[in-house]
Design a binder for this molecule. Structure first.
Ligand SMILES: Nc1ncnc2c1ncn2[C@@H]1O[C@H](COP(=O)(O)OP(=O)(O)O)[C@@H](O)[C@H]1O
Ligand SMILES: [Mg+2]
Length: 279
């Protein structure tokens, strides 16, 4: 699909038409609040979530990553610009129509697992289907469980599961609806370090199967090894994107370099940081 997204001023018209992408962001702007206290969380972001690829989104805290994910998942509405899901332009659609599009196409996994505490792992996983009045097919369900490795934890409640297991339940729950695109927002950030790997392995295996994914992560090594593309955001904009090896090893933009320097050297350079820089 080449170098999507192109800057709108060069592209003329619908930059992402014909790309085959299920989810496309067109010049998204999102402003929270009004007047002097308004926060410009996104400032004109255009991107197509490339089919069958894993795209890693990186950038410092507050750069607009979560806002972008929420807009792509139709959980929030842009101030300007629009999102298309499966070729349908959001905005002006009924809530029901948006819910249907989201349910049919998009799986969203958050930093915190949002499992229902009174339900078992199994009940949490099948809940979306249960709510839709359907039952899982045995074969599909077994295959799903083998992907997330929860066979012996099905009868446990979330409080009886580790953070890594809970996050895998959340991933299974999203996969239950057979989405075309999976969006992950810092899904390992709340986990103890030794539990991060088991979640990343599940995501890597999905990537190998050709699942289309957009993942906000700070895991450099993962982005490098599993990612097809890295997008680096700052101050509500995409400032750099490309192959992981190019963006992470040979960044063109000073802001990307600065971010990578801080992230990679934090362990060694804590003495030299001020509180302002540390954020
Ligand atoms: N609901 C909200 N109301 C007001 N400001 C918000 C809201 N959500 C996010 N922001 C602000 O928008 C900016 C981008 O936030 P966010 O998208 O969460 O960034 P990231 O995920 O990269 O850390 C930040 O300045 C944040 O404080
Ligand atoms: Mg965030």
């Amino acid at each position: 699909m080449g170098d999507l997204p192109m800057p709108a001023d060069r592209a003329g018209g619908d930059v992402t038409a014909g790309s085959g992408a299920v989810v496309v962001a067109h010049e998204l702007t999102r402003v929270y609040g009004e007047g002097e206290t308004a926060v410009h969380a996104l400032r004109g972001v255009t991107l197509a979530v490339e089919p069958g690829k894993l795209t890693a989104v990186m950038g410092r805290s507050g750069s607009g990553k979560s806002t972008l994910m929420h807009l792509l998942a139709a959980l929030d509405e842009p101030t300007q610009g629009h999102v298309t899901i499966a070729g349908t332009r959001l905005g002006g659609l009924s809530d029901n129509a948006v819910t249907r599009l989201r349910r049919e196409h998009i799986g969203f996994i958050f930093q915190f697992f949002n499992l229902l505490p009174m339900l078992t792992a199994e009940e949490n996983i099948v809940l979306p289907l249960t709510l839709a009045g359907a039952k899982p097919q045995h074969e599909f369900f077994d295959e799903l469980l083998s992907k997330v490795g929860l066979q012996d934890r099905l009868k446990h409640r979330p409080s009886e599961l580790s953070g890594g297991q809970q996050q895998r339940v959340a991933i299974a729950r999203a996969l239950m609806m057979q989405p075309h695109v999976m969006l992950f927002d810092e899904v390992t950030s709340a986990l103890d370090p030794e539990l991060v790997g088991e979640v990343l392995v599940v995501i890597r295996n999905l990537a190998r199967e050709g699942m289309t994914m957009l993942i906000v992560t700070h895991e450099m090594q993962f982005a490098r090894e599993v990612g097809d593309r890295v997008i680096f955001m700052d101050e509500g904009k995409i400032v750099e994107q490309g192959k992981p090896s190019d963006v992470l090893d040979n960044p063109k933009e000073e802001r990307t370099r600065q971010f990578l320097r801080r992230t990679l050297q934090l362990d060694h350079a804590l003495d030299e940081l001020t509180i302002e820089e540390g954020g």
